[in-house]
Ligand binder design. Structure first.
Ligand code: DON
Length: 595
């Protein structure tokens, strides 16, 4: 009797609070505003046969035109990758790498093909390469210059995909990238910002300044023409000779020669041994949907599934999207995931990662049980899981400095139900800053994604553990999360984003906004995002904010809140009643093309 009484009181309390919570909060959702002069139609398109969402206007148009010429989505994806490399040198390029998931209806498998063309450490790289004699991290060595570059994978990855799954000749698919590099284009604000941020490093390398400086030796500005003649020639060589056009011959010699000149580590053997790897995607199920995302060496898929598992039994829709409880639970699940990231994640070809455990529902339930309902997981909790000494102040500064519009994601889907999602990067703005003379190739600074020593944090403030230390030929831990959501074996949504550690939290929030809160895709992406990465112990909220009451209650729960641009630029496509809805994040200058 007593038990029944208690249960009914609890039910009453929870239904009252649900009622109170859902009405004002649902009405009060805060969204990011469109930039002045822009309309919703600039970022969203409903089409039938093809949809292409990229961060580059030229890339979306070129990929669409290759489809119109009879190409399939892999032809379009190859075009998009190379045009993006020309159009967004701050983000991606032939000297970088990435990941892709491809749901190919003809392949008839119940999971997408999962491709890893991430950069790898050179054979001569080693655990202490970024440390001085005293064992201290040498400032910026993993970020600037020749040692920061890993062996590039982008050309190998996209060319292999094109060879196996493309339809049109490579020369046709790469033509628009060659023309754009040769004819040039006007520098747009995001690119101008990146160039100004990297002014010092651009001026340090003659071949870099030849591209990004004017005749007076000043860095280029918004509105100036960016011409990349050498890059045009390089892409032309690749279009003739395929993979060997990059990993062997003149271009390879130039790349290895520049390493030798600057006393770097990369040799021809590194290029010969570069392999594209096929992975098993991380798989989870969430409220009736199946989620497929990138496996290690990315941490993205593991933690997206972990966060979804932790929250899978919570009725977030009833609480309301921006109710303090929803935000608190999301933030706490993110916090737990990032603590695991630091402790357990690395390249599975080199170190054991407990993927099954981390993505199990049992483990998620234990975490959910340990999240207090009305109190932030405080730093005490975080420190209990922290095997490292950590300078919280340093982490905060690193994060504050960084807004990240580097890296790029694109999604392409067709009316037959095929979908391709890929995230590609040089890591930081203009990667290492080193252009290989005579080739136009800007090398990545992906080595910074390794832990330079246990407990050190990278450009994004992410704490690195033993499992992510540098080893010869190992791939650095990533957060990139190309993701496909399916139902009954058919794709429902494909998405991904740039922005370092924020990638996985932006992707998971978009999925939850779409599935739990039933928001249209555009609103799922436009709603204010939050981010928590365990270290530092701060709940980041986008500047568009959250309802006042939410903020008040989160503070009462002892969340330390900081407003911040999170840098995500989600590019997503949903399948809706036989149509394709493409949305390019309103926070960026992307474009959806298609018909
Ligand atoms: O692989 C990673 O997680 C990072 N190198 C990605 C870098 C990134 O997203 C930069 N920002 N937009």
């Amino acid at each position: 009797m007593k038990k029944i009484y208690i249960l009914s009181v609890l039910a009453l309390i929870s239904s009252c609070s649900a009622f109170k919570a859902s009405i004002p909060y649902e009405k009060e959702i805060r969204f990011v505003n469109l930039a002045p002069g822009e309309t919703r139609e600039d970022h969203e398109k409903l089409t039938k046969d093809i949809s292409i969402a990229t961060q580059g206007r030229f890339a979306s148009q070129a990929a669409y035109s290759i489809f119109k010429k009879g190409g399939n989505i892999i032809d379009a994806a190859t075009t998009a990758s190379f045009v993006l490399a020309v159009e967004r040198p701050q983000s991606t390029g032939l000297g970088g790498g990435g990941f892709a998931l491809f749901h190919d209806v003809k392949r008839n498998k119940d999971f997408p093909l999962t491709v890893d063309f991430r950069e790898k450490a050179p054979i001569d790289a080693h655990e202490k390469m970024f440390l001085d004699d005293k064992g201290e991290v040498i400032s910026r060595m993993s970020l600037d210059g020749i040692f920061s570059a890993g062996v590039p994978g982008m050309v190998a990855g996209m060319l292999e995909l094109h060879k196996k799954h493309g339809k049109l000749p490579l020369a046709m698919v790469l033509k628009d990238a060659i023309d754009l590099a040769r004819n040039g284009f006007k520098i747009y604000p995001e690119l101008a910002h990146a160039i100004s941020k990297r002014e010092n490093i651009i001026k340090r390398y003659k071949a870099t300044c030849e591209i990004f400086c004017n005749k007076k030796g000043e860095v280029l500005k918004e509105g100036d023409l960016l011409v990349q003649k050498d890059l045009a020639k390089t892409i032309e060589t690749i279009s003739k000779n395929g993979r060997d056009g990059f990993y062997k011959g003149r271009i390879a010699r130039a790349l290895v020669g520049e390493h030798r000149r600057l006393k770097g580590l990369m040799t021809q053997k590194d290029l010969d041994k570069y392999e594209v790897k096929y992975r098993t995607p991380i798989r989870g199920d969430y409220k009736g949907y199946e989620v497929f995302s990138m496996s290690p060496p990315s941490s993205g898929g593991v933690h997206i599934v972990e966060i979804l598992n932790i929250l899978r039994k919570d009725d977030l829709k009833t609480y309301g999207l921006q109710h303090s409880k929803t935000v608190h639970l999301r933030a706490s699940a993110m916090q737990a995931a990032f603590s695991d990231r630091a402790n357990y994640l690395g390249d599975t070809d080199f170190t054991y990662v407990p993927v099954t455990g981390l993505t199990s529902k049992k483990y998620a339930d234990d975490i959910r049980f340990s999240i207090p309902e009305n109190k932030a997981l405080n730093s005490l909790w975080a420190n209990m899981n922290d095997p490292f000494k950590f300078d919280a102040k340093e982490g905060r500064e690193l994060l504050k400095r960084h807004e990240s519009n580097e890296t790029t994601h694109f999604t392409i889907a067709d009316g037959k139900g095929n979908i391709f999602v890929s995230t590609q990067t040089l890591n930081g703005y203009l990667g290492s800053g080193v252009v290989v003379p005579g080739t136009g190739i800007l090398l990545n600074n992906e080595m910074d994604d390794f832990a330079t020593k246990p407990g050190a944090n990278n450009l994004f403030g992410a704490v690195g553990g033993e499992k992510n230390l540098v080893q010869p030929e190992k791939r650095p831990l990533s957060s990139m999360s190309p993701t496909i959501v399916m139902k009954d074996g058919k794709p429902v949504l494909g998405l991904g984003s740039p922005s370092g550690t924020r990638i996985l939290t932006c992707v998971v929030q978009t999925i939850m906004n779409y599935i739990d809160h039933n928001l249209p895709l555009y609103e799922s992406m436009a709603a204010t995002r939050v981010h928590h990465q365990w270290k530092p112990n701060i709940l980041y909220v986008e500047e568009s904010g959250l309802p006042e009451r939410t903020i008040k209650e989160l503070k009462r729960m002892e969340h330390e809140i900081e407003y911040k641009k999170l840098g995500c630029r989600v590019q997503a496509i949903s399948f809706e009643d036989g149509m394709l809805r493409g949305v390019s994040d309103i926070r960026g200058r992307g474009l959806v093309s298609g018909e």
